[in-house]
Design a protein around this ligand. Sequence first.
Ligand SMILES: *Cc1c(COP(=O)(O)O)cnc(C)c1O
Ligand SMILES: [Zn+2]
Length: 420
Amino acid sequence: MQDRGATITGFVCAKCGRSYGADQVRYVCPDCGGEGILDVLYDYEEMARRVTRRSFADTGEFSLWRYLPMLPVASSASAPPLRAGWTPLYRAEGLLGLKSVFVKDDSRNPTASLKDRATAVGVARAASEQVGAVAAASTGNAGCSLAGFAAAMGMRCYIFVPKSAPRPKVAQLLVFGATVFAVDGSYDDAFDLAMEAIERFGWYNRCCAVNPFLVEGKKTVALEVAEQMGFEVPDKVFLSVGDGCIASGVAKGFRELEQLGLTDRVPRIIGVQAEGCSPVCSAFESGSDVEPATACTCADSIAVGHPRNWRKALKGIRASGGKMMTVTDEEIIAAIPELARATGVFGEPAGVTSFAGLAKAVRQGEVESDETIVVLMTGSGLKDTESAMRSAGQPVPVGREIGDVEAKLRELDAAGRRRG
Ligand SMILES: *Cc1c(COP(=O)(O)O)cnc(C)c1O
Ligand SMILES: [Zn+2]
């Protein structure tokens, strides 16, 4: 087994384009500060010699570490024990009347969201730097993910969430033993406070807005989709967008596969935001920089009013020939049972926002029935049961006699007939 990661040759700033050597910077571009998120560059010639379409399977790894030769982690010795990645890609023939549509169920990660991909790589980096404490600002999932991995690694963990974070996510954070600060404000307020605290107390920073290695973990979802489809990439990939890190990672993953000659193109990436918080979509449409917006949506994981990875995300989406779109909260809530009943995959609001986007695109005639589509489902429905209950209906109350059940079934039948 190739027990060695990719060789990092340096970094390039997503804003000013300046390049840095591999040992010159730690987090962001010194010239641009917080606006200057870096992109990791590798020795692609060496990478191309090491990976083939077969080499991933040959590792025998059923986790994102099958892509170690494409990741910024020196060796699998620092990899955390929790198993992230290699989630199922389900074919959902007939979904929304489409012939070839697939759902990538990333709720099947250790802490039930795609964030675990980024955390796995981030925590491996932190371990190799011998850091004892890790921290993050989070709408919820990034924090849950970091808390879980920190528990598995025996690291101290500090999480800053808006106090409005869904209760199941807060429970998850606390159960893993993180110190949880419930910030009296929005995610953006939690972010600012976390940055100050991390700076002051010297914790390892697991924020996609700062740490350039996290997006490398997120790109593995694209590598998996490609591999699971036999390296025939789909026509379009629908994904939800908050900060823009997933979109950036997916774009980078598909781009690198093409560059390595393992695939022949990059799919169109369709980024979906909630109408109540859509600064990245607005920037896509206007062609100007992101204007921080207010965040008002039930899809808490993408309620990011001041996204930081938008520049990378939009560059990737534009280069893919894709676009940004929005859906309403009603469409998001309706998408939860619609996807669950058609496929058995139960997502949280932000998790199904991608699917709500696909449903809308189909209604608007923007998808041909023979296109191959992948929907990324990014977080488990159990993380926000309140939203789920809003569209799922209510259970049928019955007494303890079989006659009660018969009577209720007759009522339900009659009601079903009336509705036609
Ligand atoms: C974080 C998250 C997203 C959005 O990812 P970004 O990288 O912030 O754009 C989407 N869905 C879920 C479930 C998430 O937790
Ligand atoms: Zn810069």
